[in-house]
Write a protein that binds this ligand. Sequence first.
Ligand code: PSU
Ligand code: MN
Length: 315
Amino acid sequence: MTDFSIQYGGHVSRARGDGRPVVALESTIVSHGLPRPDNLRVAREIEQTVRDNGAVPATIGMIGGRLTVGLDDAQIEHLAGADGVAKLSVRDLALAAATGADGATTVAATSAVAAAAGIGVFATGGLGGVHREANTTFDESADLTALSHTPIVVVCAGVKSILDVGATLERLETLGVAVAGYGTHRFPGFFVTDGGFDVDWRLDTPEQVAAAVAARADHGVSSGALVLGHPLPADEQLDPELHDRTLAEGLALLAREGITGKAVTPFLLAHFHDSTEGRSLAVNVRIILRNAALAARIAAAAAPAPSPLGFSIPA
Ligand code: PSU
Ligand code: MN
């Protein structure tokens, strides 16, 4: 029988052995969320940003059916450039393993795998959520249900602004997912700084986020995720007027071309990147890099103190 257990990249095994902070990163952003060839450069910048901020990056994905935590550079390059890389949510993982597929993990799948691997912090751009017109299409991202039972901190710039932000916040409440703003009571709107809604809780430092993680573990009560909304500064956001115009066009195109299911999010993101002459791409990249930096600082604040003996067990 094939062994389907999770594979660990050498850098991640060593970090785990040493008790060093690790940040999980998703691969769907790379293979389906950002255009080539920028996607590969950005994937590398995200990893470097995590390192520069004191943690070890663990990009998660599926290579030839092997579920891997801590893809190496050649594997990331493969997922960034190969055709036919599947977009994997949690339900797809075992099917992709059984069929030897290459796949990129979404927020849902990345969080679930990271938590199974004992990684407590994950950085992404924007969560999936309730799509506009979900009342007829029933299109709600599996990110939401996965986060309802996955104990992990997800650092994000809110939910993607192509979604129904208010409905998504309602669902997060129903599903028992904790939501806090980082340095703000406003829920961010991904490409735009303000998503239009307040959140109840505000956390101001990596240590405070780490304290919330510790309290959840000590209580042993909640098993859901903590979504930390980290907005872009207003002077770095996509011009809200350009945003609204581009979104309206994108939604009209979506309807005209009859795009549904998991193709919706990549289609709308590609439309933004194509029709804003690279402006939305630059904003998207800034979002991810800022979130990677904050996630690394949170992971460092949450990591156990280094061994006083100063040695580590090789993996
Ligand atoms: N955030 C980004 N770019 C992306 C995504 C998030 O900045 O491409 C991806 C994530 O992997 C997220 C997915 O889980 O989009 C949501 O897809 P869907 O709406 O089909 O669930
Ligand atoms: Mn969907």
